[in-house]
Design a binder for this molecule. Structure first.
Ligand code: PRP
Length: 210
């Protein structure tokens, strides 16, 4: 049988995931020195580094058994996976944001919203019974209102620095976000013991990571 595969989201969550593994007592030497390698052994596991949306895809399709990914990506993609653990790191929140002092809700024109998370944005405005036009942007969404493309954005805010430095402000907080462990549905049945042991160790370790 192949080693259990854990997909870790590339970027901000990578370092925290390494801390988690180390605290779980796993040998992260090769993970910490991985350079541009995309699959690295961590003890008896195989760790795969992928973009957030691909972590969801690999876990949903069973190419990886376990994933570490933000709740933002989980809600956006609504995949058929188990979400087992709130890791408590990678904390940020979904927000509606607009240019400072803009009074987003005023006026009767149909509002244009730029976002990397069209499903989250659609649901948020459906919940308000508000008809908006959503434009999908791949990154640095804060640009869209500054360039006159959108009235507001739906994006994640961590420190608020990006908004502040670009003259934007939170209009409304939508939902809190943090890193989660997700598990493939078939793996949870087929490799129950191994996965439950990983989850139990992660649950204990998460309290001790900085
Ligand atoms: C995220 C998010 C904001 C920024 C928020 O982008 O989309 O732009 O971080 O963080 P802050 O509140 O601490 O400033 P990320 O850096 O992941 O890059 P991207 O915009 O290219 O996706």
């Amino acid at each position: 049988m192949r080693p259990l595969r854990i997909a870790v989201t590339k970027g901000r969550l990578e370092k925290k995931a390494a801390n988690l593994f180390t605290t779980m007592g796993l040998d992260c030497a090769r993970f910490n020195a991985k350079g541009r390698k995309l699959i690295v052994p961590v003890d008896d596991y195989e760790v795969v580094i992928a973009k957030a949306a691909d972590v969801i895809t690999y876990v949903e399709q069973g190419a990886c058994d376990i994933g570490i990914v933000g709740k933002d990506t989980i809600v956006e993609y609504a995949a058929e996976i188990y979400e087992t653990t709130d890791l408590g790191f990678g904390k940020c929140f979904f927000a509606l944001a607009a240019e400072k002092g803009k009074h987003f809700y005023e006026g009767y024109n149909k509002k244009v919203i730029a976002t990397k998370y069209p499903n989250v944005a659609r649901k948020f405005f459906e919940g308000k019974g508000m008809d908006v036009r959503i434009i999908k942007i791949e990154g640095s969404v804060e640009l869209a209102p500054l360039l006159g493309l959108a009235d507001a954005i739906v994006d994640i805010v961590e420190t608020g620095t990006t908004l502040r430095e670009n003259g934007l402000e939170v209009v409304e907080e939508i939902m809190p976000v943090s890193a989660r462990i997700i598990v493939n549905i078939a793996s949870m049945k087929m490799r129950k013991e191994e996965i439950e042991s990983f989850l139990a160790d992660a649950e204990t370790a998460k309290e001790f990571i900085e």
